[in-house]
Every structure is written in C-alpha cells, then in structure tokens.
Design a protein around this ligand. Structure first.
Ligand SMILES: Cc1ncc(COP(=O)(O)O)c(C=O)c1O
Length: 319
C-alpha cells in the first residue's frame, strides 16, 4: 500500500491548535527527527453509510496506550484520553470526513538543538486523513520470514510505537517486498515468531487460536485484543498466548495478521509454502467478518468500542 499525500489544507492539531497541514512543520534540528524520539499511534474510523456516521475504533484504548508508552521515553502528553478523543472527533468534523479515516497521533521530543540527552520539551500532533485498504489483496497474503530480527525489549521496547524502532519494520518490509512477499514475519533473537512488520500474527492449529505473548517482543496490539475477545465470545474458541516456533508456520491450518491498518488479513502462503489448503480458512474468514461488523457499528455488543463523530456524543468510550 502506498497512501496518497494528504491534502495540505487538511486541518490538523499541532502546537495545541487547529492549523492547516501545510503549516504543521518542525525545525530540521528537532530531537525526534534526529534521534527517533517520538511515540505514535494509529487509529481507524469507519464510515457507516446506513447510519451516516463515522465511528472511531477504540479511540480511548489507543490514547491510553499512547500516553503510557510515551512514558517509556518520558514524553508527557497532558490531555486525558477523553480529551484526545474529543480533539480527534473535532478534526473529523472540521474536515467534514464522510469516508473511512486513519488518525495519526505523534508525541515527540521537540527541542531543536544538537545533543542526544533528552530534555523536558515535548510536543504532540494529531492528523486525520481519509484512508482505504492497507493491503489490496483480499484473497490472502503471501508472507515471508525476514533475516532482520524483531527489536529486543532491552534495546528498543517494541511494545511502544517508538518512531526510531520503526527502522526495524522498514528494513523488514523492504526485504519482504523485494523477495516477492506482501508482508514480513519477524522472529525474535531466540528464534520464536514475533509478528509482522506492522501487525500481530495469529495461527490456527487443531482448532485453537494461538498468538505470541507480550514477552516475545510484540507490539501489544489493540486489534489483537479485539480478535481475542471476538474469538472467545462469538466463536467460543480457545485462545492461547504462547511462543510459536518458525516451522509451526509451515504445518498450521491457518495464519492471519491483525492490526489497525491491516485489519484482519489472512495469509495463504508463508515462505513459498501454502498455509493449510492454500485458501482463506474458515476461522480467519469468520473473524474478519466479525471484526468488520463490530468496527462498523453493526454489532450492539461492541458499540462500546466506538466513538461516533457526527452523533454529537462525547468522546472516548461513548455508547
Ligand atoms: C509493529 C506492529 N505490530 C502490531 C501492530 C498492531 O497494533 P494495533 O492492532 O494496536 O494497531 C502495529 C500497528 O498498528 C505495529 O506497528
């Protein structure tokens, strides 16, 4: 996927005010630009045609994760998750978005000077843009284990969306694409399966849903949590969080990625070997359908995940 360059007139949140994207620029010496000291988020919003409303998905949870993870770099984000969700809703309204959207919050070390030592100058921005599918291939993806290893928690914590850590994902994606795959699969230094370059990984084996644990250097995905909840509640599936060996990828029944951008993305080929039957499997297909229904406001039990933009509701965990 290659997203279009956003319209420079898009209204964004920058330096605590609403400004056009064209004016939201930083100094070339900004600490985060030089040293990667930022923490970002990714939040989707889905436009429901029949309800004529735009629903932000788990905005409160994303903002809570963002604030906590920014703390790893000791970056302060003063507003509460509710206030941050309210800014995001206001951005959608001011831009009049009536399509699916993607919100990109970014908190960063903002001093413009030379020197690695961080100071207390922090800033944050929020940009919302129209957004479609991340992967064009609906028939299933081809994934490949890459030679790069997933960043270790004791080097750069992968559980946070730390800007500098995404060099790891960029290298992996570049290698995977050049090798003819749609998406990379990372192993940890100890050889266990971690996740994709921009998404978590699930495996179906003998009727169980299995995904690597938080201690295998994964980003603790909010979509991953949603899928675990949907699998347990709606499909009565047993879900295990445990380490996965590389060769299990070759003998399992189904594999799929999850993430805000990728949504639920079934994998039909891994390292040039068919996954299961080589077609999208029944568990992946069912979970993809459940996830789509829940995030578009079509499942009453999961409306609690959604913040409506145009219904005038308060932000965050609005019903
Ligand atoms: C490395 C990585 N893993 C997993 C995910 C999935 O996380 P979430 O479901 O919270 O979007 C992402 C990003 O979205 C990611 O960048």
């Amino acid at each position: 996927m290659m997203a279009d360059t956003p319209d420079p007139n898009t209204i964004v949140w920058f330096n605590n005010q609403f400004v056009p994207l064209a004016q939201a620029n930083v100094n070339i010496l900004t600490h985060a630009l030089n040293y990667g000291t930022g923490v970002f988020e990714g939040i989707r919003g889905y436009f429901n045609e029949s309800q004529q409303d735009l629903f932000l998905v788990r905005a409160h949870d994303h903002y809570e994760r963002w604030k906590r993870n920014a703390g790893i770099l000791r970056i302060q984000i003063p507003p509460s998750p509710e206030e941050l969700a309210a800014i995001t809703i206001e951005l959608c309204r001011r831009n009049g978005f009536r399509s699916h959207v993607y919100a990109r919050p970014l908190a960063y070390k903002s001093s413009a000077r030379i020197g690695v030592a961080p100071d207390a100058n922090d800033a944050f921005s929020i940009v919302v843009v129209p957004f479609g599918d991340y992967f064009e291939n609906k028939e299933g993806l081809r994934a490949g284990v890459v030679s790069w290893r997933r960043v270790e928690d004791n080097a750069i914590p992968g559980r946070a969306k730390i800007c500098g850590a995404y060099v790891n994902s960029v290298l992996a994606t570049d290698e995977a694409r050049r090798n003819g795959h749609d998406e990379a699969i990372f192993l940890t230094e100890s050889g266990h399966v971690a996740e994709g370059a921009t998404c978590n990984l699930f495996m179906v084996r003998a009727g169980r849903l299995i995904t690597p644990p938080g201690t295998d250097n994964i980003l603790e995905g909010i979509t991953r949590a949603s899928i675990i909840e949907l699998a347990r509640n709606e499909m009565k599936l047993e879900v295990q969080e445990r380490s996965i060996g590389r060769s299990e990828l070759y003998v399992c029944d189904e594999l799929f990625f999850t993430g805000t951008a990728v949504e639920v993305a079934p994998i039909v080929e891994v390292d040039h070997r068919s996954v299961g039957s080589g077609a999208v499997g029944p568990v992946s297909a069912r979970l993809r359908a459940l996830y789509n229904d829940a995030t578009r406001g079509r499942m009453p039990a999961y409306i609690r995940w959604l913040s409506p933009v145009y219904r005038g509701a308060a932000a965050g965990k609005a019903a």
